[in-house]
Every structure is written in C-alpha cells, then in structure tokens.
Ligand binder design. Structure first.
Ligand code: PEP
Ligand code: MG
Length: 585
C-alpha cells in the first residue's frame, strides 16, 4: 500500500477505484480561413459563447453560496467585452478560425496571470484555461458542423464537456488541477472524491468541492503521476492522505468508518443539539457567512448567530457594483434570514481578497489591506457604515461591526471618528433612531495579539482570525501551495497567542470569539474551548460536527488538552496529545 500525503481541502473520506484524468487536449481547427469565411467564423464564436453561457446557467441551478459566485465570475470572464472584442478583431484582421483566435487571445491573458506576483491570481489560471478549452471545443464543433454538407440539416451534437462518461461514476478522480465547473460536472457524475496534484486550499475547485460535500485532497504532488487508473484508492480526509492499493481489510475498515459517519450525521437532530459540553458548559456556535445563500444552512444547523459576515462578496465585479442602496437590501436580508447577533465585518479588501482595485503591490498581504485601505477610501467606508447604521433602526441590538486587519490603536481611534461623523450625518438626514453599535476588531496581526491588553481597552469585542494570524505569525503565505504544508494553524505559537488574547479579553471583560478555520476543526475547537473561548464561528457545514464533538467531552478534558498544547514545541506534539486525550486513533 502507498500512502501519499496531501492537504484536506474538503472533509470526508472515500473509497473507490482511481480514475486518472489526463489534462484535456483539443485540436484548434485550421488556423487560416478565407476572407469569405470570416463572418461565419465570428458567428461560430458567438454561438459557442451562447452555448457555454447556457451550460453555466445550468450549473448555477445546482450551486449555492461561494461556489455559485465562482461560476458567476466565470460567466463574467466569458462575457468580458474586451476579451470578446479582441477575439472578433483577431478573426477579422488575422483572417483565422474562431477556435484559433479564442486560443490565442486567452493564452495572452493566461500568460499575464502566470507572470503575476500574486499567487491568488496564478491559482485562477485554471479558470481561464477551462473557459478557453471549452470555447475552443464548441467553436471547432460549430465550424466542423457547418463545413459538412450532409450534416447541414442535422442538429449539432455539442461535444461532451468533461468526463461525463459512465466509467467515472463511483470513482475517485485524480487530476493535475480542475476548474470549479469541472468539479460540478464530476459531482453530477457521482464521483466519490477528488484528488488534485496541485491546487490550494483557497482554490476555486476546493471551495466548490466543499460546497458539494465531495471529499477532496489537494497538493498530493507529482508522485501521483506514477499511478494508473483502476487501482483502488482511499481518501482519508482526517489525515489528509491518499492510500493506494490498500489491503481488503483496510478497505473494509474505511467503508465501515464512512457508513458510520453517514449514519451519525443523519442522527444528529439540530434542534436537540445545543452546544453544551458533557458537563453542561455552554459554548456559542455561530456561522461565518459570505453570501446570503449560505443562511438557510446556517439556520438549519441552528447557528445561534452570524459570527462573521465577509462582506467582500458585495464587491465582486468591482467597487462600484454595490451602491449604498444595494447594501441596504443585502444587510436587511441578512438580518431577516438569521437570528441572534450578526457581526458585519467592514470590507477586507486587499491581500487575498479579489477586488481589481488596489494598485500592484509586491506583497499585498503586507500592504494596503483592510482598515488601512478603508481609512483612505472614505467614500467606500462611509457607504458601508451608513448602510449598517441605518439598519440598526429596524434591528436593534443585533448588529456589531468588526474591523479587519487592525495593527495600531490609532486605526481604531480614526475609525471611531468616522463612525461618529456618519452617525451625525444620518441623524441630520432624519434617521433619528440609529443606534450605537458594538465595535470589535479582528485579532489577526501578531502585534495586536501581543498587545491584546491595550487593544482590549479600546473595543467592545475581539474576533480572532486564526487564518491570518497563522499566516503572519508563521510567515507563511496562506495562498501559496509551495509552502502550504507550513501553514499550521494549530501550531503551539498560535495557541500561545490565543491564550494571551483570551486572558486580555477576560481581564477587560470584553467578549472574544474565534472565526478562523481553526474553530471549525475538532482539534481546534477542543483547544479553544479549553483555553476559555466560549464563542466559535465557523462555516455552516462544520457546525453539526463541532456541536456534537463539544457534547461528547467535559470541559476539564478540553482544559487538560489546552493546558498542554501551549507548552509543547511543535504541531506534531499537539496532534499526539489530541489523539491521546480524546482517544483518536
Ligand atoms: C481569518 O483571517 O482568520 C479570517 C477569519 O478572515 P479571512 O479568512 O476572511 O481573512
Ligand atoms: Mg483575515
């Protein structure tokens, strides 16, 4: 049996034959055409566009939340006026086939992304490649179809988009990389799991796999290239490994484990599962939301509030997209469709968050991001603050404001000034019932964690962002595949910082929650509760499992674990302690 190590991008385990998906290849139809054929080639391109757009619309019906936004952004690329103009121009001026022009123009953009310093942009190359490949195939098919006289009256058979062949049903699909569209299509074909040679945890393919509940490993490495289709594989999502050629006994063991997990999941009755430790200590479990469409899942899993609203989704497609009025609608829906407190984070633009707005920076994570940018872009800040404050009139005591990427106390003072300017403006305009809202900060920069005692005197609550806190503490770019293995959010250094933050909050009697990914893992939740955190916020899909876990152990077991992980020297030891204390094999 071979054991290949990767990273778990979407939880769960799977057993099945491996299906190695070769990189797609296609033939661009002959490059040069005659002048007479130019109008027809333009038509082939336009028909290919329409057909592809239709396919994306069909996919959208099946997706929700972030995953659906990703497909929408693919559709935006497809309809980009500049790209469309360049393709049509190329067909006309170079007198070439539609498929050739598509290939050339998209390659140009792909080349630019490859040269980009941003790893996030490079991860999006796969989106452009997918769009290009599909468009080329469709345009070539229309072109072939029109050439053949006998077929003139027959309906065009659109080429199959991805391995929708029956043999991949029930398989674990292994590929170098996949686009989000391909992941959706694979889920249609009922694949058991996905393993990617490359890919990052924030890659679109990974996000879509999570949304569709398909177990997925990324960064399994080139070792996978020596493995052929048909061999049996096991994805172990807990360990982040792929087992190849396991023994019949191991297969049996995993199959049992998987079906037990399925049965257990079905048994969990959300309404009967408060987040209480075995000995009765209460823990609040809230949901992290980016898109309104995620709210039904949060409420069906009985999230007691929304612990983090990532509002950057409002900026998809550019900063001018969402006016104050549109934001009003968004926040109102957010509050209507949820219960409990709603923590709205101000736009966290910059770093890994796409915006197409900030200037080129050699190191965006250390650059013009979050509050730094908001304090410079007053119009954007004011529109968001106005919209949120107006909402407080109709949803009293439910809204909190969270400030991203704070590094200095001064930033909090400046923001408070802006808040009071906005509030007085609104009162003058007749919004006399606007309330003051609790103001909190993301603790995600080590300087704030280290000086948490000072920051705790300035704000109403802390929300610990372990994703960025890990990135900045361990000096690991959270989007860089090459150093993905070093992104250890459960590293003892992080635990020590969390301990310090929690104590500072306790001393000043302010609330502290954790909204980074760490809170959604069993190990993470155990350590955090043990350190005294009583509010965890996580992606909706993790809520049930974490609640059930909290239910299974006593506070003293969590405290025992926490007391030890702040003292050990590496992550390995943290995991060993977790296995020993919670009897996890
Ligand atoms: C974090 O940094 O931990 C966090 C929750 O925010 P985001 O992942 O949106 O940066
Ligand atoms: Mg963050």
């Amino acid at each position: 049996m071979n054991k290949l190590e990767g990273l778990t991008a979407s939880d769960g385990s799977a057993v099945g034959p491996l299906f190695i998906r070769e990189q797609s290849s296609y033939e661009t139809s002959s490059k040069q055409v005659s002048l007479d054929e130019v109008p027809q080639e333009i038509q082939h391109y336009q028909r290919a566009l329409e057909a592809y757009e239709h396919e994306l619309e069909q996919l959208l019906i099946k997706l929700r939340g972030t995953a659906s936004e990703i497909i929408k952004s693919q559709s935006l690329i497809l309809q980009d006026e500049q790209i469309k103009g360049e393709i049509i121009n190329s067909i006309r001026t170079n007198v070439v086939s539609a498929s050739y022009a598509i290939d050339q123009v998209y390659e140009l953009y792909i080349g630019r992304l490859r040269d980009s310093a941003s790893n996030l942009f490079r991860q999006r190359i796969i989106d452009l490649i997918t769009i290009k490949d599909r468009l080329v195939k469709l345009a070539a098919a229309y072109s072939e179809h029109s050439k053949s006289d006998e077929q003139a009256d027959t309906k065009l058979e659109i080429p199959v988009s991805i391995d929708s062949t029956p043999q991949i049903r029930g398989c674990i699909v292994v590929a170098r990389d996949l686009s989000p569209t391909e992941v959706v299509q694979l889920s249609e074909s009922k694949v058991m799991g996905i393993v990617l040679e490359k890919g990052g945890l924030t890659a679109h393919a990974a996000i879509v796999a999570q949304s569709l509940n398909i177990p997925c490993l990324v960064q399994i490495g080139t070792q996978i290239q020596h493995i052929s289709s048909g061999r049996i594989g096991i994805i172990d999502g807990e360990e982040g490994v792929l087992l190849v050629d396991p023994s019949p006994e191991t297969i049996r063991e995993y199959k049992t484990k998987i079906s037990d997990a399925q049965v257990a999941k079905k048994k969990i009755k959300p309404s009967r599962l408060p987040a209480i430790t075995k000995d009765g200590k209460r823990v609040q479990v809230h949901a992290n939301i980016e898109f309104i469409q995620e709210l039904p899942m949060a409420s069906s899993y009985r999230a007691e509030g929304i612990g983090l609203v990532r509002t950057e989704g409002l900026l998809y497609g550019g900063l001018t997209h969402k006016s104050e009025k549109e934001q009003d609608v968004y926040y109102r829906r957010l509050l209507d469709d949820s219960t409990g407190p709603v923590v709205i984070r101000l736009f966290d633009v910059g770093g890994d968050k796409l915006h197409g707005f900030t200037t080129e920076e050699s190191n965006p994570f250390l650059g013009w991001r979050g509050i730094r940018m908001l304090l410079d872009e007053k119009e954007m800040l004011h529109s968001q603050l106005r919209s949120i404050l107006k909402c407080t009139q109709d949803y009293p005591d439910r809204i909190r404001i969270l400030v991203p990427m704070v590094t200095n106390i001064e930033e909090i003072h400046l923001l408070k000034e802006e808040l009071s300017i906005v509030k007085s403006e609104l009162i003058k305009e007749g919004f006399t019932q606007v309330q003051d809202v609790p103001l909190g900060i993301m603790v995600e920069v080590p300087a704030v964690a280290v000086m948490a005692d000072k920051f705790a005197k300035e704000v109403d609550f802390f929300s610990i962002g372990t994703n960025d806190l890990t990135q900045y503490t361990l000096a690991v770019d959270r989007t860089n595949d090459q150093v993905g293995r070093l992104f250890e959010h459960d590293h003892p250094a992080i635990w020590k910082l969390v301990q310090q933050i929690q104590l500072a909050a306790q001393n000043e009697d302010i609330e502290v929650s954790v909204c980074g990914e760490l809170a959604s893992t069993l190990l993470g939740a155990s350590g955090l509760i043990g350190l005294g955190i009583r509010n965890l916020s996580m992606k909706p899909s993790a809520i049930l499992t974490v609640k059930k876990w909290i239910h299974t152990y006593t506070l003293s077991e969590f405290e025992l674990f926490a007391s030890k992980i702040v003292k050990v020297q590496d992550r390995e030891q943290v995991h060993q302690l977790f296995s020993t204390i919670f009897h996890r094999s």
